[in-house]
Design a protein around this ligand. Structure first.
Ligand SMILES: Cc1cc2nc3c(=O)[nH]c(=O)nc-3n(C[C@H](O)[C@H](O)[C@H](O)COP(=O)(O)OP(=O)(O)OC[C@H]3O[C@@H](n4cnc5c(N)ncnc54)[C@H](O)[C@@H]3O)c2cc1C
Length: 805
């Protein structure tokens, strides 16, 4: 075996083999995969092999589409049959809510260019005569769905990788991974050691154990999973075609034809995490003891909907483990805080996703960034709160909800209160409905009465609507207070901080005591941050940014940090805080600080270290509400005191607590996007409109400059736009198709109701030449095309007079 490789991949399941293939195909030949046993020896060999495109995240759907289309290619290159059966796939809805979900998916598929279409129940019966269509309200059909032979597909990736010059070795367990001072890794096996510039943990069922070799705990958990294979079913004789595969969203089960019978798999409501304390090293090509009792409730639903199953003999019952992560999506990419250590773990639908995972990993390693936005799969979407225990709890929740829909306004219950602030109990006592963001609890809206603090999950306007309207009214007329602990705060210090940030950020750096808004770009000119930078003194800067993206940003900052001259710390947990918003916020603030906060004494975009409510703070004059406002950041131990002072001082000013839902509504009326929804690496500065903050003059060396200049000269192909939508009880929330002349021309990135202006608003991207307020558009909301028009200026306080007052 060689003693050096550019990349060593640990694990020869479908995921590791796909990464090997993509690296080699894209030009990195010096890549090696090590497998402890035979290829497929983890969960890959016993999978049911179903492949489908539908997923909650649009980019994951695209990746699944890519994976399915790749199978023919790897079969051709490798000469290894993958057993691809393109049967088409049925997504079946048995309740109005699930039909809404499918309609929402159809709208998304339209802009993604996926070929999904609703078919009639008669057509369902023709395609699959075993289904009792009376039990369903509708069906979406995807012609490219089907199934593959799991072993064939895995070997095809490995052999195709070899065709491009990569190598794989079987029966070579990795027993140590030791990092050298130069950042490379010594990958130690029983007999040899390979020095690798980069290592990839793709160890599937053993991802945790391989992680431990490098001192990391990955929040993944293998889960037991059953599927049955029936004997031949007489009703299938003479059907004349292979049945399409299918998913029943309410029953949480899937099925496909197998040798004249059916395969039926279910995700039971009480899951069974497997080997919580670790996967045994000697576990191999084995199955677990079946326990049909566990899945009996789901089987009954399936028997009711596919009656022939009830009388079919069961030929085989498979119970095998496979690995989930905390939100059900894969965890891929470079691990924050580590050098040259990558993962591709928690890939729970490997046969749907491995191709896309391999492609994204290879592009990311070779080009520095993947060609699609992988935020929904990035390992850095989790922080240190995602412990191994958290991983088990959330993986179990995800397993149990595998095909159950999560509403856009729904917050999942498992693993809650993992991180709380000093205000948690107070906010709950004031009737807060809590949500979670990067593990931290935060208020979504206030019901007033804690007994009523519960939101109905829905695609339509929920019971939060009236409460949010009241919170908005208070912010507009008086003053509102919102906890802002969940914003990210990054601190940079040192004589080299200015030069470093100047090269990292596309915008200008502010003077001492001031703030500036700035995008951060990748070398290709796509957005990797939408940030507020503050200069406290000549060598101290703070960057305020998205809380959920903080570990991604931290990784970016650390990757670019020079060896000397600048220090960086993620201070998000060190600075909590409260924002005041509304015309009376200055009055309130002036009652609890000795600082001069008059319009001239503390100007828009000023920042100052001072005291408020008697505690040390960083006081900022900025507000995401579009009203006069202040952000007051303090250490967590001071937050309760600050809160009490604010409540007391605001009692006769009409002070009202407000939550994230209100903030999201307020900013829509200002046409301000938010990171991860409207601003993300799918878009460039010019497309998003954030180019107005880019400083091109006398700013030669910032990352992404070249690409941004080219785009400025050429003009962006698409642009961010604000739409007013004519609708009654439902608002856009993201991923809906935007149509013009009945053709899909773009999609919504976020939306909701603007209570100050009394309009339903959607933000999204459409071709630049269509950004005009005299064209007619439609936005497809739950299957209905609602008329929409673009507004060229913010709907509320277009000149910013209130905010700057
Ligand atoms: C019953 C069942 C049905 C399923 N049905 C489907 C389906 O229909 N469609 C679908 O898309 N997915 C399905 N899955 C899920 C699918 O099997 C997994 O998503 C997929 O196998 C994950 O692949 P992987 O490469 O990440 O992990 P694994 O297959 O677990 O591969 C990891 C590999 O790493 C190797 N390894 C571990 N430690 C070391 C070490 N120290 N040194 C060297 N090598 C090491 C292991 O031997 C193993 O071969 C199913 C799973 C089960 C259990």
């Amino acid at each position: 075996m060689e003693t050096h490789a550019k990349v060593v991949i640990i694990g020869g399941g479908i995921v590791g083999c796909s990464i090997l293939f993509h690296l080699a195909k894209h030009g990195w030949k010096d890549v090696v995969l090590l497998e402890r046993s035979e290829l497929t020896s983890g969960s890959s060999w016993h999978a049911a092999g179903l492949v489908h495109t539908l997923s909650s995240d649009p980019n994951v759907s695209l990746m699944q589409n890519y994976t399915i289309n790749l199978y023919k290619e790897i079969e051709r290159i490798s000469g290894q049959a993958v057993g691809l059966h393109t049967t088409g796939g049925l997504y079946l809805a048995s309740t109005p809510e699930r039909l809404d979900f499918l309609k929402q998916e159809r709208s998304k598929a339209r802009y993604l260019g996926l070929d999904q279409e609703f078919i009639s129940l008669d057509e369902v019966a023709r395609l699959n005569p075993l289904i009792d269509t009376r039990k369903y309200l509708g069906a979406l059909y995807d012609p490219i769905d089907g199934h593959v032979d799991p072993s064939g597909a895995t070997y095809a990736f490995a052999k195709a990788a070899r065709h491009f010059g990569a190598r794989y070795y079987r029966h070579v367990p990795v027993i140590e991974t030791n990092q050298r001072a130069d950042g490379s890794w010594d990958v130690v096996t029983r007999d040899d050691t390979i020095n690798a510039e980069i290592i990839v943990n793709a160890a599937g069922l053993w991802a945790r154990e391989v992680g431990h070799l490098a001192g990391i705990d990955l929040p993944v958990q293998p889960m037991e999973h059953h599927y049955l294979i029936t004997d031949k079913i007489p009703e299938l004789q003479g059907v004349g075609h292979e049945l399409p595969s299918g998913i029943d969203y309410e029953g949480n089960f899937y099925f496909r034809e197998e040798m004249g019978g059916l395969i039926l798999g279910t995700y039971e409501p009480t899951s069974t995490p497997w080997m919580i304390d670790g996967t045994p090293q000697d576990f191999g090509h084995e199955l677990l003891n079946p326990d049909l009792e566990r899945i009996s409730e789901r089987l009954e639903i399936a028997f009711d909907r596919i009656p022939a199953l009830a009388s079919a003999g069961i030929k085989n019952v498979i119970n095998g483990p496979f690995t989930f992560g905390p939100d059900g999506n894969p965890m891929i990419g470079p691990v924050p805080g580590m050098r040259n250590y990558w993962v591709a773990v928690g890939v729970m639908a490997g046969f749907c996703q491995a191709g896309g995972v391999g492609l994204c990993m290879a592009e990311w390693m070779i080009n520095g960034e993947p060609s699609i936005n992988v935020a929904a799969m990035d390992i850095a979407r989790f922080g240190d709160y995602a412990t191994r225990e958290y991983g088990t709890i959330k993986s179990a929740e995800n397993y149990e909800r595998r095909f159950l829909l999560t509403y856009p306004n729904e917050e999942l219950p498992a693993g809650r209160k993992q991180k709380t602030t000093a205000l948690y109990d107070r906010l709950v006592a004031r009737g807060a409905v809590m949500g979670v963001s990067f593990g931290l609890e935060h208020a979504l809206w206030f019901a007033g009465d804690p007994a009523k603090a519960k939101e109905t999950p829905s695609y339509r306007r929920s019971n939060a609507f009236e409460h949010v309207a009241e919170e908005v009214a208070a912010v507009r007329s008086n003053v509102g207070a919102i906890e802002i602990a969940n914003f990210a705060k990054h601190e940079f210090n040192g004589p080299g901080a200015e030069e470093f940030l100047d090269s990292l950020l596309a915008g200008r750096l502010p003077k001492i005591g001031r703030l500036a808004l700035t995008p951060m770009l990748t070398p290709k000119g796509t957005l990797c941050g939408d940030l507020t930078v503050a200069r406290l003194d000549s060598e101290t800067f703070f960057i305020f940014g998205s809380g959920v993206a903080q570990a991604m940003h931290q990784r970016w900052f650390e990757d670019h940090l020079p060896r000397t001259g600048v220090t960086y710390h993620n201070r998000s947990n060190n600075w909590h805080g409260i924002a005041l918003s509304g015309p009376k916020s200055r009055e309130l603030l002036s009652r609890i600080t000795r600082e001069n906060v008059s319009a001239d004494g503390f100007k828009f975009q000023d920042i100052r270290r001072t005291t408020v409510g008697g505690v040390p703070v960083m006081l900022v004059r900025l507000s995401f509400s579009g009203e006069l406002g202040y952000e007051i950041y303090c250490a967590p131990q001071y937050q309760l005191k600050l809160f009490e002072q604010i409540e007391e001082a605001g009692s006769d000013l009409g002070l009202r607590l407000y939550g994230a839902r209100t903030l999201m509504s307020l900013r829509l009326e200002k046409s301000w996007g938010v990171w991860s929804l409207d601003y993300r690496s799918d878009f460039t500065a010019a497309e998003s409109g954030l180019d107005c903050f880019v400083r091109f003059e006398n700013h030669e060396n910032f990352i992404g400059r070249e690409a941004a200049v080219v785009e400025r000269e050429r003009g962006p192909e698409k642009r961010f736009a604000t739409f007013v939508v004519e609708t009654d009880d439902i608002d856009a929330h993201g991923n809906e198709a935007i149509l013009h002349n009945a053709e899909c021309v773009g999609y919504v990135t976020s939306g909701g109701y603007g209570h100050r202006v009394g309009k339903s608003i959607a933000l999204g991207y459409v071709p630049s030449d269509l950004v005009s307020d005299d064209l007619a558009f439609e936005i497809e909301l739950l299957g209905e095309r609602k008329p929409a028009t673009i507004v060229m200026n913010p709907l509320y306080d277009a000149d910013g007079g209130r905010m700057r007052s």
